[in-house]
Design a protein. Structure first.
Length: 168
């Protein structure tokens, strides 16, 4: 093979490799920036989640305290006379209403939290998957190009002989 042709092929290959490295570097920087943006979103999510979790815990603690107080009152009232049975029923009804309100608040809080977790998970998947898929596609293209360059053009000796016999 001619030395000049070989040098040109090597120069082209080196140029393609350099361009691919620059593209991979740009893709890696994009992934890094996406991860940093994701860190910020996760931090803001946690900043919003912590007060919500704290308020849920406080609501549950209030519910426990109120229910224990009401149960103590109910047990006291159970030992009292029949005249106070109506008061007990009203107190039990009030307790049931308070418990239902508190449980519905806790349920809403949990639902909101789960929705935020789902949206954050989807954003994380989208932020990481797209650059990785793009990087994988670029790598596959470069691999195919390198394979094709390394494969070269080989001639089949039997075919050459058959072609020459046709002209004889």
């Amino acid at each position: 093979m001619d030395t000049e042709l070989l040098l040109k092929i090597m120069a082209v290959f080196t140029g393609v490799a350099a361009v691919s490295l620059v593209i991979m570097m740009i893709a890696a920087i994009g992934v890094w920036r996406s991860i940093n943006a994701l860190k910020g979103r996760a931090a803001s999510f946690m900043d919003e989640w912590e007060p919500l979790a704290k308020s849920s815990q406080e609501t549950l603690d209030d519910l426990r305290r109120q229910s224990s107080e009401v149960l103590a009152k109910v047990s006291d009232l159970a030992t009292t006379s029949q005249d106070q049975v109506g008061k007990v029923e009203a107190l039990v009804t009030q307790l049931a209403e308070t418990a239902e309100k508190n449980i519905s608040r806790v349920d809403e809080t949990i639902q909101k939290t789960l929705e935020r977790v789902d949206s954050t998970t989807a954003a994380v998947e989208q932020t990481i998957r797209v650059p990785v898929d793009q990087l994988r596609a670029v790598g596959a293209g470069l691999n195919a190009a390198v394979q094709q360059l390394l494969k070269g053009k080989t001639r089949n000796i039997d075919r050459v002989a058959a072609d020459e016999e046709m002209f004889i």
